[in-house]
Write a protein that binds this ligand. Structure first.
Ligand code: SAM
Length: 217
């Protein structure tokens, strides 16, 4: 199995500590409501979506929001055992499987939409196209991502003591490199870190050649 340094951190003690720190606030009603607004808006640009895969779903809080937004078949993939177990305990999805962005345990074209939030920013420039290729393989139509934004890819120093665990970038450029035929269906600035003035952007894409004849994706 091909691994990455960053994935090793998330699957290990670093990811377990992250999960413990965030387990309660992940399900904070205000946070769920805000994410619900973003997902609702995004889904209004993505017709015909029924099967959704969230990669890096952690405790399944996003899946719990999607469950309340429509009649979706929801599946999660999460490399951190403690997070996955918490998500399963809460019953937020059909299943949450062990796995990662580089190895998704599904047949080609199994989902209408692959979704990541706060995951791609933890994947290194060397590995990101491998993850995109895997998303394109399992998604029949669409890809949604939400991450810290920067026009020029920039490594963020000292993320919980590490210099190579977080990048700001423009995911439109990554998707265009991975799939020149992809279409941007919707984009929105969804957050601004007041302390450092940095933004979080959400993007919805239709993969190239996959959305022909379908409105939205
Ligand atoms: C910052 S957390 C974000 C969690 C959740 N998506 C959210 O928005 O609250 C990053 C999550 O991605 C997972 N992750 C990190 N690298 C991954 C990879 N290569 N493939 C799949 N999941 C990954 C981590 O285990 C963790 O659950």
């Amino acid at each position: 199995m091909t691994h990455s340094k960053q994935l090793g951190f998330w699957a290990g003690e670093f990811g377990r500590a992250y999960t413990e720190r965030n387990a309660a606030c992940n399900f904070d009603p205000k946070r769920l409501a805000r994410m619900g607004e973003i997902f609702k808006e995004m889904l209004s640009h993505a017709s015909g979506v029924r099967r959704i895969l969230e990669v890096g779903c952690n405790t399944g809080h996003n899946l719990s929001i999607l469950r309340d937004l429509g009649d979706f078949e929801l599946v999660g993939v999460e490399p951190q055992d403690a997070a996955r177990e918490e998500g399963m305990r809460r019953g937020v999805a059909e299943t949450i499987l062990p796995g990662d962005a580089f190895h998704l345990p599904f047949e080609d074209g199994s989902f209408d939409l692959v979704l990541t939030t706060g995951v791609m920013m933890h994947i290194s420039p060397d590995d990101i196209l491998r993850a995109m290729a895997e998303f394109r393989r399992v998604s029949r139509k669409c890809y949604f991502t939400m991450d810290y934004f920067e026009e020029t890819e920039t490594a963020v120093a000292n993320y919980h003591g590490h210099d190579d665990l977080l990048w700001r970038r423009d995911m439109r450029k990554v998707v265009a490199r991975s799939d020149p035929g992809a279409t941007l269906l919707w984009e929105q600035c969804v957050g601004q870190d007041r302390d450092i003035g940095k933004q979080t952007w959400a993007f919805l894409f239709a993969f190239g050649g996959k959305a022909a004849g379908i409105s939205g994706c």
